[in-house]
Design a protein around this ligand. Structure first.
Ligand code: R5P
Length: 310
């Protein structure tokens, strides 16, 4: 089967860089947008090909998601031999359980939709929850950008730094950063008030006099990072914070929130297209990671060293 890299509109910046690394031509799709908001994507000839549809589902999440679903279906109907959905940022992954009665399990619904639309397999980067694998009916390869981000952090890191998990869900992630960087971990206990406001209740671990490296899978409105940094500063941390997260959505009041904090470096990846928003971010590219993963999947090779450790 020929390798074919197809991109949706949200994946153009990645596909254009990945394709040459794999000796493949990027196959951009045409997306027609109807006046009522409907999308109509069309793919080039992919008959018999091993197709990788690159489309992160960052903001506007629902538009990018629907475009991806239509693209997967278009590839299937065009006779693709095998279809992998490459979704570096998987929106809805935070809805991995019902936090109160009456809610949906959004992550499961979306994973099912991708499988029904035609995906034979998913390739995702640092999804919010590893439970995604168990929710999906199709194989999910979960690769990680933590080694890339940690290496970039290491270049200027104070040896006294403490890695801070801004909530309990980020503890394993923080441990992975700490292991690579040879540092200790402190953990914030956070409660979420609304989609945009959180409260950092307490911190477990010693941050007094230490510069914090706050790490998370994603930064959305910045509320979680802001609350964690304010708490560690209250606890006497050195006000030279660094922040690293795989997915920098930076929506809502994020720019105002983070620009008011003593953040020395803010690292994210290009899992979603980097936005011009006045915030100084360092973007560590996941193009080499995705190209490596796609190349191995195409040749039916194992991804072991690229995967999130279990
Ligand atoms: C939640 O548990 C996630 O890991 C992130 O901490 C959270 O989604 C970030 O959102 P925000 O930036 O809006 O606080």
């Amino acid at each position: 089967m020929n390798l074919r890299i197809v991109n949706g509109t949200a994946g153009l910046h990645l596909a254009e860089a990945i394709a040459p690394l794999l000796g493949a031509e990027p196959s951009s799709c045409e997306v027609e947008r109807f006046p009522d908001g409907e999308l109509r994507p069309a793919v080039a000839d992919v008959r018999g090909d091993d197709v990788y549809v690159v489309q992160p589902t960052g903001p506007p999440v629902n538009d990018h998601l629907v475009e991806l679903l239509l693209l997967l279906d278009a590839c299937r109907r065009a006779g693709a031999g095998r279809i992998s959905a490459v979704v570096p940022y998987f929106g809805y992954a935070r809805q991995d359980r019902r936090s109160r009665p009456g809610e949906a399990v959004g992550a499961r619904v979306i994973a099912d939709a991708m499988a029904s639309a035609g995906a034979d397999r998913l390739l995702v980067v640092d999804p919010h929850t590893p439970a995604l694998e168990a929710m999906a009916q199709i194989p999910v390869e979960m690769v990680t950008a933590v080694p890339t981000l940690a290496s970039a952090l290491a270049t200027t890191l104070d040896p006294d730094t403490v890695v801070v998990a801004p909530d309990l869900g980020a503890v394993k992630l923080a441990e992975r950063y700490a292991t690579q960087l040879g540092l200790s971990v402190a953990v914030v206990r956070k409660s979420r008030i609304t989609g945009t406001t959180v409260h950092a209740e307490e911190i477990v671990g010693d941050v007094n006099g230490h510069p914090p490296a706050v790490v998370d899978d994603m930064i959305s409105t910045g509320g979680t990072i802001e609350a964690a940094i304010r708490l560690v500063l209250d606890q006497g941390a050195d006000p030279h914070a660094v922040v690293a997260a795989t997915h920098g959505l930076l929506v809502g009041d994020c720019v105002q929130r983070l620009s008011g904090l003593p953040i020395r470096r803010l690292l994210v990846t290009d899992s979603t297209a980097p936005a011009e928003n006045g915030l100084t971010t360092e973007v560590c590219s996941i193009v080499p990671l995705l190209a490596d993963a796609i190349g191995r999947l195409h040749h039916d090779e194992r991804l072991d060293d690229l995967l999130i450790p279990s």
